[in-house]
Write a protein that binds this ligand. Sequence first.
Ligand SMILES: [Fe+2]
Ligand SMILES: [Fe+2]
Length: 469
Amino acid sequence: MIYKFYHVTDVHYFSKKNFACDYRTMPQPSTQICITASEEAFLKALEIIEKDEETDTVIITGDLTNHGDAPSHEEMRTLLREFTERGGRPYVVTDIHDYPYFETYTVDENGKNVPAEHLEREEVVPTYYPFGRDKGFDSFDDDTTYIAEILPGLYYIALGYDEITIDGTAYPCFSDELMNWVKGHSEKIKEKGGILILSTHRPVVAPSPAYQIMGKGHTFAYGEKSLKQFADMGIQLFFSGHSHIQCMKEIVSEKGNKIYSIQTSALSGFPPKMRKITIDTEKGTTDIRTIDIDLPELNLGMSFTEYARKGFLGIIESIPYNMEHDVEAFANTEGGISLPKELILKHPKTVMYLGKKVNGITYAKLAKFSKKYHNLKESDYAEVKDKKFVDLAMEIVANLYRGNAAYSPDTVEYKLMMGSVKKIEKLLSLLHIDITKALSGYTLSEFIEPLLYNSGLDDDNLTLSTDFR
Ligand SMILES: [Fe+2]
Ligand SMILES: [Fe+2]
């Protein structure tokens, strides 16, 4: 059998009704999500699916709207209804961005955000049942988990989750009851000769050490253990969103059973992506293909990926320049790390000096700094010696979300960065400063290396070996 379907996540749909100004002429908002184009991105995704003659089926794993306001929900449901009427087969769930969890706002005449009304969770969840849970044949004793046969013989469970507090931080987790409910279904499906796949909104395992630290409480507690339990039930594919990070991971249980965690980036975030999945039971493979969303019809003057990057990382990217040339603007970003604005404005000369120093770091200077920690000869980096460290640093931040990163261990960038990291680690140890605690047990090298290159599975396109027989 061959099964084909799409995975779309974190649509963050933001109704155009929320703009009192002309969203086409307002400056690009500095947000993680392109709120001015999330509608177009979703329409594009639906169009891609509809044009595909091989499948009409799509799983959409939560954060359907940007913050749960009524107009966005209404339009999202209309789009799903119309998609369904045209033959589309969506299987959706809602998650935190669909409820009043974050600040709800509209944009006024001057392009400023103003607080707005939101819907309560109970008002939202059931309104999406026609596009998911109602198409299933069983549901768990919560309000989101359901199981449906999304293609003949292909069963899909959209999992909800509980919460557990560890050391004062709340983490999502799967209850024993839910695990048993999944196990019961997995056994029945196996008897019938079917295949079971799973999803939940949040990442069950962290895509990288950086996300584990920055997104504390967003990744599941005991996630790896849960995935191993699912693997031992014979389940091999697990889909998630929420982190807005493109990531593929393989987890192998102690019994030798493997499961793949497939995390897809936000449809209207950076990078804007969706995936097409093809399971071939004869060949024992699952092919994963990534589709970059592009919106040439919006005349953005750049690809939608670049535009999304500008909206999301623009502020961070402007920090080194502002430090040197515009201290006031730098103060308004609180230094990018919540430094008190007054402190920055009180010491403009120091800030400008530091900015100049940081901006002045070239590859040649990095090479000199980390001389004993790389084996590069001057001729190895002569061509790139004037390249700026700040540009490399911004690429590294972008790599956190892209997954795949271009700086393999044989590149100058890898050698200079890892050499410098090793030198910093040495200096810290001489000063008896231990930062592993601040990095959740990771060393600085373990934190930085995955952002330079991906030593694991390709995060975008690959063929997995999945033997469902
Ligand atoms: Fe999201
Ligand atoms: Fe989310």
